[in-house]
Design a binder for this molecule. Structure first.
Ligand code: SF4
Length: 612
């Protein structure tokens, strides 16, 4: 038994053996002849018809099936249908209908008309089963990887990347606090065995049987009634958790109890009279639905919020091929996955981590000056930084995927070596969300040109910004606009603080600088020099022109990914991993459409596109 792609339980019959598609084709078949004559060569249907068996042959999916049992629908046919389904934004039933009755789909899948002996139709659950098999495999991104490998072999994947993200709205309704608590208690009662359920029910004091998902019937305009409802359900939740405290629980009960604990912990606070009420704060990592507990409230801009996930993509700006994707909860920062998105760029060039990058000479931005790395002097020492934290945090699954993809890309790139003069220089483009000190440092260490915008410092009320203070890391001092000097006190996090306290008391410029009674303080980040260099770089008009000409290309690509309603902006599955797999398949479909436009063909020497 395995959980399927739509959250149900699927009977996994591993005794199904891989079905093999007919590769010869029937030259006299009406559908094939008609499509050969009418479809343009660079339509995705023509490319899939022509190259399907090289892109994703049945053997590529053999590990998903047993070596005994009945034959499956040939996976090359199913993969073709999955790609077209994602490209056209169709449900499983709609996709199978198109396969059965649309001549172009049959042509693309290589099954021709109904006299060919190919599969006339199949149940929509075949698509569900295929996704479940892929999801349970070691390489659930194989269809996407094939598109990137073909593009790389054809010389279409260079050494520039543009990064961006887009909101993916969750497939479930966002819950209010009372619905969250009731739903979590109901979930716990559901997974408990009869004995435990009876024990849990015996401590419920609200009178709620938690049988229905409907909201309790109270006068919602009456604040006292609302408060009593919250308090009673909170006490039920804590009573259940008290029953389970310290016990050895099976996995399902433990997970349900953990979810209940998180839900009551994030939204409630206890008043002095012992009553529970909704807390007047929003928890940082707040669960918004017990049906999809991994979805989060996120912001694409400060004024535009959404509930769900973020789809992140890396795009080659020259060919507009998507080279990598990932999905995170909606509240994850864009820079948190930036390194993963360009791992092929970092690794394929023998990048090794080194100490801090050598500074490129003194940097001046307005009166602010940073130069050299701190090498003694001053009041403190900057502690060493653990640059391997991110790598250590990667899951084993992501590492395995990364290694497999890297090996394949290396093979593909080896074939196309020497073809990429236009890509002589590695560069990564991104908006201000990627212009963090940590990510820019990583790019500099790897010798990659950082083309990510960095936020300029601002101070509230139009007062002196940090830019107007001269930061000198050689002697660990900061000089303010009034000429006062403060030492930098370095902290354990690699950052420091300069306090101008005694200088500010009688300063004539104080009204333009600070309202703090203790005087102005300037925070020095662990990556201060890198950020200073980035701000200096982006002030160059040539840099700005290059940035404006290149970065928007990723927005157009994300627009392509989101243009279909079903499975585009609105996720059609639940859970980070499934949304990730769905977004990745969508990117594969877009890559194939792009490769078709570029005229991808297999030749005796490998993949190629016509040279302009
Ligand atoms: S208020 Fe303090 S930090 Fe600001 S300019 Fe005056 S002395 Fe310098």
């Amino acid at each position: 038994m395995v959980e399927n792609h739509i959250g149900g339980i699927l009977d996994r019959e591993w005794t199904v053996t891989v079905g093999l598609a007919e590769r010869q084709g029937d030259l006299l078949d009406d559908v094939t002849r008609f499509c050969d004559e009418t479809l343009p060569e660079n339509s995705i249907y023509a490319v899939l018809h022509r190259e399907r068996d090289r892109l994703f042959p049945d053997e590529m999916f053999a590990d998903l099936f047993s070596d005994r049992g009945r034959r499956s629908v040939p996976p090359s046919v199913v993969a073709t249908v999955m790609v077209l389904q994602r490209l056209e934004g169709l449900s499983d039933r709609e996709a199978v209908e198109r396969y059965s009755f649309d001549a172009r789909w049959r042509y693309a899948a290589g099954v021709g008309g109904y006299d060919c002996g190919g599969w006339a139709s199949f149940a929509h659950t075949v698509l569900v089963d295929m996704r479940a098999r892929l999801g349970a495999s070691d390489d659930d991104r194989r269809i996407f990887n094939v598109t990137v490998e073909a593009a790389a072999a054809a010389g279409l994947v260079g050494v520039k990347r543009v990064l961006d993200s887009t909101p993916l709205y969750d497939a479930v309704a966002t819950m209010d606090t009372i619905t969250l608590i009731r739903s979590a208690i109901r979930g716990l009662l559901k997974v408990a065995d009869d004995e435990l359920e009876a024990e849990l029910r015996s401590v419920l004091s609200s009178g709620d049987d938690y049988a229905s998902s409907a909201k309790p019937q109270i006068d919602w305009d009456d604040p006292t009634a609302r408060e009593a409802l919250i308090d009673s359900r909170a006490k039920d939740a804590f009573a259940c958790l008290a029953v389970l405290d310290g016990r050895e629980l099976d996995v399902a009960v433990a997970e349900a109890a953990e979810l209940l604990a998180k839900v009551v912990g994030q939204d409630l606070e206890e008043s002095v009279d012992g009553r529970f009420r909704i807390a007047r704060r929003v928890s940082k990592d707040r669960i918004i639905s017990t049906v999809d507990p991994e979805a989060r409230h996120g912001h694409k801009t400060s004024s535009r919020g959404f509930d769900g996930y973020k789809g992140h993509a890396a795009v080659d700006p020259d060919s507009e091929i998507i080279t990598d994707t990932t999905v995170t909860p909606g509240n994850a920062g864009d820079a948190s996955v930036a390194e993963d998105l360009i791992d092929d760029l970092l690794d394929d060039h023998g990048d090794t981590e080194t100490e801090d990058p050598a500074p490129q000479g003194p940097t001046t931005q307005g009166p602010t000056t940073t130069s050299g790395t701190k090498r003694g002097g001053g009041k403190g020492r900057r502690p060493g930084r653990n640059k391997n934290n991110k790598a250590a945090a990667r899951t084993g699954r992501a590492e395995a995927r990364r290694s497999a993809r890297k090996a394949r890309l290396e093979r593909s790139r080896a074939k196309s070596a020497g073809r990429d003069e236009r890509n002589a220089r590695r560069a990564v483009y991104g908006d201000a969300a990627y212009g963090t000190g940590e990510f820019l440092s990583r790019l500099e260490q790897a010798g990659i040109e950082p083309m990510c915008k960095t936020q300029l410092a601002h101070a509230p009320g139009g007062r002196f910004s940090k830019e107007q203070f001269a930061i000198n890391l050689d002697d660990d001092t900061v000089i303010c606009p009034a000429g006062a000097t403060a030492d930098i006190d370095w902290g354990a996090d690699g950052g420091g603080m300069a306090h101008f306290d005694e200088h500010c008391a009688n300063c004539p410029l104080a009204e333009y600088c600070t309202t703090a009674k203790g005087g102005r303080t300037i925070r020095i980040g662990p990556h201060e020099e890198v950020l200073a260099r980035a701000r200096q770089r982006q002030a160059d008009p040539e840099w700005a022109t290059n940035y404006r000409a290149t970065r928007p290309k990723v927005e157009r690509k994300l627009g392509h990914l989101m243009r279909r309603k079903h499975g585009g902006r609105r996720a059609r599955v639940r859970g980070n991993r499934k949304v990730d797999a769905d977004f990745n398949l969508l990117a594969a479909a877009q890559n194939l459409a792009r490769l078709a436009v570029l005229g991808l063909r297999s030749t005796v020497t490998g993949w190629a596109v016509p040279t302009p």
